[in-house]
Write a new protein. Structure first.
Length: 263
């Protein structure tokens, strides 16, 4: 295969990975507040997580030197990667609990039925993001002879923008978390020449965010019929239907420490 055609296909498949990441919300994937759901929702979610590695394999196979240029290897020095990954994970757990207490003043863990989705989101999304943004994208920026700090910051900003674009309704908290994850992950990739440490820390941090901030969404119900005479029912709160997620959690749940009772 001619070199120009091979590189063209590499860029094309990398672009498809980026577009798929932008469209993650449509598949019910890549969110730290992953909800439980029926078989159709899980099938859509698993489709997203299966398509990512498939495209990643094509990207890896088409690039002439994916390990040397893109750091698409777990780690040459596994001991160093494990140590740095554990440090990153510990910091991520502390940050997740701290943000939850700062935002809500308390901790409230999700229902255990949502844990499988949380684990899948943490591991699958962390690997996808580290492969694409700290591997492919950061490697391409470094190949342009940019200084290491400029490349790391540039990749982190693009990553934060992609997360913001794929997470409609999120507040500045999600943008801040994504930016920090991008910066720390990029630095670890430069230090270890691989994505293992960044992947480990990212996965643990994402699961900690799910545990501390993955509340079920609440929205205020529309006008309800007048209560029967003699009752005290003045309104209701409902869980929105799947597919109709409009970020009400940040306005009504997360930003106030719990569901606000109707007046």
């Amino acid at each position: 295969m001619p070199d120009f055609l091979q590189y063209f296909l590499f860029v094309g498949f990398a672009g498809l990975m980026f577009l798929l990441r932008l469209d993650a919300r449509r598949f019910g994937a890549a969110e730290w507040d992953t909800e439980d759901g029926d078989r159709r929702l899980w099938l859509s979610r698993l489709t997203w997580y299966a398509a990512g590695p498939a495209l990643g394999l094509m990207v890896f196979a088409l690039h002439p030197s994916p390990v040397a240029d893109l750091n698409l290897v777990f780690a040459p020095d596994q001991g160093q990667a494990l140590l740095l990954g554990l440090v990153y994970a510990a910091g991520g757990i502390a940050a997740a609990f701290g943000l939850a207490l700062l935002s809500h003043g308390r901790l409230s863990f999700p229902h255990p039925s949502r844990y499988p989705g949380g684990v899948l989101c943490a591991v699958g999304t962390a690997f996808y993001d580290e492969f694409l943004f700290r591997g492919v994208l950061l490697g391409l920026l470094l190949s342009l002879d940019l200084p290491d700090p400029v490349a790391v910051v540039g990749a982190a900003l693009i990553y934060a923008g992609a997360i913001r674009a794929s997470s409609a309704g999120r507040g500045p908290l999600a943008l801040l978390v994504a930016l920090v994850v991008g910066l720390v992950g990029g630095l670890l990739v430069l230090m270890t020449a691989g994505i293992a440490a960044a992947f480990m820390g990212h996965a643990v941090t994402r699961f900690a965010m799910f545990m501390t901030m993955g509340y079920p969404e609440r929205v205020e119900a529309g006008p309800s019929p007048a209560p029967a005479r003699g009752t005290a029912d003045t309104g209701a709160w409902v869980i929105p239907a799947r597919g109709d997620r409009r970020g009400a959690d940040e306005r009504g749940w997360r930003g106030r420490g719990g569901p606000v009772r109707p007046a």
